[in-house]
Design a protein around this ligand. Structure first.
Ligand SMILES: *[C@@H]1O[C@H](CO)[C@@H](O)[C@H](O)[C@H]1NC(C)=O
Ligand SMILES: *[C@@H]1O[C@H](CO)[C@@H](O)[C@H](O)[C@H]1NC(C)=O
Ligand SMILES: *[C@@H]1O[C@H](CO)[C@@H](O)[C@H](O)[C@H]1NC(C)=O
Length: 427
């Protein structure tokens, strides 16, 4: 495979530079199958600063950018980097001057790695490799390779460096955290001009897991992505009122990702009869993906609803696979909202049911040429198989909370244009 060859080249280049001699592990784990060990423990560790969260403004949108980014300050002295926020993967990495074999276009100069290498037997390194495939050719170094569902990948070595954060109460913190120095990136189909990826998944290498491990934060991540661009991201649990949130337990069956388990699909308030869909929440995905049978069923239902309406399928708009043209170009979703029915996923946990509702805004975009396009795509085409992936489009204008402390995922409608205030009392 492509990545295999790349790994070989790197061995030499890399050993010349940092004096490290080790083959890349050659793990070719698509993001969806990356092996992560969930902690399994609902930690009740007392966090020193319970009542303090870390809050970041977010930039970007679903269309036309196709990503949401946050700025992190890393290194000594701290420098800014724009990172794609991704709850579908664990490792945070930066395009790195080790030197770089292949880097993609980046908004900032490449990260110069600290010389604080993460050793191969470090639990964070172990967590990035599938069980039984973790080899330590050089005990002093941890090689990694991550591959994402869009075909993009990053290969590099783990280092520790200082991150600069501010709590919402103004107090600064400068933890040393592990990150990937990525010196060989293959751009994916949806490559973005960013400095790296901010991994916020459930695994041990995730920045939130690491901050939690140092007792600096509660192991909770949340985001609010605005449909009008921008929004915010936070770590910690005091920026929302838990009683307003619809919570669903994280599934014990899909521990690699943030999954509330399997769902039943509803369209226009009625069941489609499709059940047992394994669902994953992934902020690193711009659109929502369905398995091909579900995609087929839903697109037929939508097309049926549209018959007799002044919308014609447009084959010349290549923005997304399915677009419709109106009598004149549309400006916003509001112009077409009345032609489209809500889609919902219903999760059942023994006694209680929770509903994740998607209004037309949560599955449609207006293309640059003024057509309306379906932002739910056929996941079988990108190798997602049976997984239903809830991407940014369907999480807009909601607060989505990944609570690793209580092993649950929550959502509620929210105004993502306004940064939240801490709900904690003693600040
Ligand atoms: C990322 O966010 C920053 C603000 O934090 C913004 O200035 C920048 O334009 C964004 N970068 C990209 C590539 O969109
Ligand atoms: C933290 O707050 C200080 C003071 O407001 C500011 O100068 C600094 O840029 C902030 N750092 C980060 C990482 O946001
Ligand atoms: C979805 O993608 C799969 C795999 O490429 C393909 O076989 C199937 O026909 C597609 N389904 C629809 C409805 O386009």
């Amino acid at each position: 495979m492509r990545q295999g060859k790349v790994g070989l080249v790197l061995v030499m280049v890399f050993s010349l530079v940092l004096g490290l001699a080790s083959a890349s592990t050659g793990d070719q784990q698509p993001r969806w199958r990356k092996s992560l060990f969930s902690h399994g423990t609902t930690s009740s560790l007392l966090v020193n600063r319970v009542g303090s969260s870390i809050l970041f403004p977010v930039h970007g949108n679903v269309h036309p950018y196709g990503y949401y980014n946050v700025t992190l300050y890393i290194g000594q002295p701290a420098k800014p980097y724009f990172l794609d926020l991704d709850t579908g993967s664990d490792l945070t990495w930066l395009q790195c001057d080790a030197p770089c074999v292949r880097c993609t276009e980046a908004p900032h100069p490449l990260y110069r790695p600290s010389n604080d290498l993460v050793p191969c037997n470090d639990p964070i390194c172990v967590s990035l490799h599938p069980p039984g495939q973790h080899k330590c050719e050089d005990p002093d170094q941890c090689d990694y390779e991550v591959e994402y569902a869009d075909g993009g990948s990053s290969l590099g070595v783990l280092v520790k460096d200082v991150f600069a954060f501010n709590y919402t109460n103004g107090q600064r913190l400068n933890p040393r955290l592990a990150l990937g120095c990525g010196y060989d990136q293959v751009p994916g189909a949806s490559s973005h001009p960013l400095d790296g990826i901010l991994g916020l998944g459930r695994g041990e290498s995730s920045i939130v897991s690491q901050l939690h491990g140092q007792k600096l934060i509660r192991n909770v991540v949340g985001h609010c992505l605005s449909g009008r661009s921008g929004g915010f991201l936070f770590f910690g649990d005091d920026l929302y009122d838990s009683s307003q949130v619809v919570w669903s337990p994280m599934s014990p069956d899909y521990t690699k990702y943030y999954s509330p388990g399997v769902a039943e699909l509803f369209f226009a308030g009625k069941t489609t009869g499709i059940k047992n869909l394994p669902v994953v929440f992934d902020s690193g995905s711009s659109y929502t993906y369905l398995n091909h049978f579900t995609y087929q069923t839903l697109t037929s239902a939508i097309k049926k609803e549209l018959s007799g309406k002044p919308l014609k399928e447009s084959t010349d708009d290549k923005t997304l696979p399915l677009c419709w043209k109106g009598r004149k170009p549309f400006k916003t979703i509001r112009d077409v909202k009345k032609y489209f029915k809500p889609v919902a996923l219903s999760f059942t946990d023994g006694r209680s049911k929770t509903l994740f509702e998607m209004t037309p805004e949560a599955y449609l975009i207006i293309s640059l040429s003024g057509n309306v396009c379906l932002g739910m795509l056929n996941g079988s085409e990108v190798g997602l198989h049976e997984l239903t992936v809830i991407g940014d489009i369907s999480m807009q204008d909601k607060m989505v909370i990944y609570d690793n402390e209580k092993q649950r995922i929550g959502w509620m409608p929210a105004n993502c244009d306004r940064m939240p205030k801490s709900k904690a009392v003693n600040i």
